[in-house]
Design a protein around this ligand. Sequence first.
Ligand code: IVH
Length: 682
Amino acid sequence: MTAPSKALIRELGDLRRQIEHHNRLYYRHDSPEIPDQEYDRLFDRLLEIEREWPELATPDSPSQRIGSEPLSGFVQVTHEIPMLSLDKVTSEAELTRFESRIQKRLDSQNDNDTALEYSCEPKIDGVAVSLLYEDGLLVRGATRGDGTSGEDITHNVRTIDEIPLRLEGTGLPKRLEVRGEVYMTKSGFAKMNAAAEKAGEKVFVNPRNAAAGTLRQLDSRITARRPLKMFCYSYGLVEGASLPDTLSGVFEKFAGWGLPVNPDRKSCRGVAACYAYCEKLLGKRNDLDYEIDGVVIKVDRFDLQDELGMNARTPRWAMAYKFPAEEVATVLNAVEFQVGRTGTITPVARLEPVFVGGVTVSNATLHNMDEVARLGLKIGDAVIIRRAGDVIPKIVSVIPDRRPQQARIIEAPSSCPVCGSDIEHIEDEVLMRCTGGLFCRAQRTQSIIHFASRAAMDIDGLGVKLIEQLVDQELVSSVADIYGLDVATLAGLERMGEKSAGNLVAAIGKSKQVTLARFLFALGIREVGEATAHALATHFGTLAAVMSATEEDLVAIPDIGHVMAHHISAFFTEEHNRTVIQALLDAGVVPAETTPVNRDALPLNGQTWVVTGTLEAMGRSEAKEKLQKLGAKVAGSVSKNTDCVIAGPGAGSKLDKAEELGVRVIDESAFLSLLKQHDIPV
Ligand code: IVH
């Protein structure tokens, strides 16, 4: 076998240098010098030589970036120095408290009265990654995982053009573990999803998921085609050289070694300046080509960081300032009218899909025609929509000077869009209601969906799609018909097999044993939510007693007013409803009788509680039932009227809100002892 000639080796070295040079110009400086075809020609020649002379391939050759044969699985990597997470705040006041805590700790040891220097950086919404360089060569890439150990993704990080395969410059440590966030640009994400949609492939919900999914590819050739990037923001291991003694100094070093650092970072003196940075960045948020969810603020000097140390999982010297709700502009393509369970007809906005608050949104509720009028909305309008955290997206406003000439007026329907029945206008014409009752397919479907739902009869496996099929095929026309379904009928439906049909029949059977409160809630009486259903059950004790209660009997219950009393009494007077209830009882549904209780004697009577996060000993709905047994009202959100919040791990905005309002917060163990104290079994 012949050896490669000296000329060839020289050519190879030249090619690699040229390609790296053009990569740098292209990726880092956004200013390519040569046309794409010219670059491709160089790259093809490199591949050709490496194919012919495999012994000349090197781990830092640009050819590494095109990916390699799929791996069979991921190898775990233990982080010698754990990868931490951050505490978060959402207000300037909390940020000031963060600074005071720091000052207090440091003041006890030093006498420094000058404001501290902080490094402020966009908080990238991507995937935390660790890169290990040995003698400047990239030898390992790993995910953060749980902070202690992650997965080896070296094959994938090698394909990310921005990540140097070899560090450049001088003063390199023998070993250096660089940490940062791998992310997908918004523009790259949009392009990739558009192509995937066209090809009928799976689309990702947001850039973060796309980045995470891409880094978990076993086949790095797929990763190589996806638009991933990275920002480096800290380091772990360092051996054989010392780094600068401030984070801002380290960023300069990183940049000099060819590592990507965020150009939007800034050093700020004092937390007031940090807050100004946060506000400025928030203003720029939608202009950035990467998703951010806030700002990370870190004490710049490492000696002070060391002095401040750690809490359990988070450093005391850093804080994430989380941004509030996000708003973006899009276009209103159409308005459709949806018919709900009680016949209420609601306008729903169909929007040009847009990425906001972490997801792609294409619908928003408009509540009622009053809202449409208030916004001055027309079809075709450019609108601002808002999606805060995980709440339902809404239209905030119209952008008047972007109204197209052919914008159309939104007209309310004159009859039910589903069944054609007349519409009745209620509450000063604002609300429209279909008068079709259970004749209307939409109302039937919605009432069955409600009946089967988790907080009602909790029939596992009886979901929306299935109910729609059952109603459309006229297999079920009232909730009582659910109990007549058999395996053979169900197994014949779309996306159902014998096994799932069997499971569903079992779940239907199981739902027959139900508390009176759930049963009453499941009936879908207008205005009767879970709390009212519970109040009715504990007050009357039996279904028969509730059914025969007069309006006067009903208004005697706290929290039940005249309107609600009227709806309840009207519901049970209606012949059709009585027939359905009888059919349910005949089918074997047994709403458990409750001993009527004297509410005044209950320990939590008159109090409002909120449950958030996950509880270990029980689900949230179970916790709710137990609290109601103690007399508490259980609410879904925290306000100044909340008496106590039970917060389990993973508690988020509700806990923050409680802390902000100074509402009492207890953990699960305190809750369990409360239950024990009152003899409520867990
Ligand atoms: S510093 C102790 N800087 O946020 C320092 N983190 O909640 C730990 N993140 O897991 C991280 N941008 O994935 C830092 N500029 C930034 C960041 C950043 C995004 C992520 C990171 C981390 C999470 C912490």
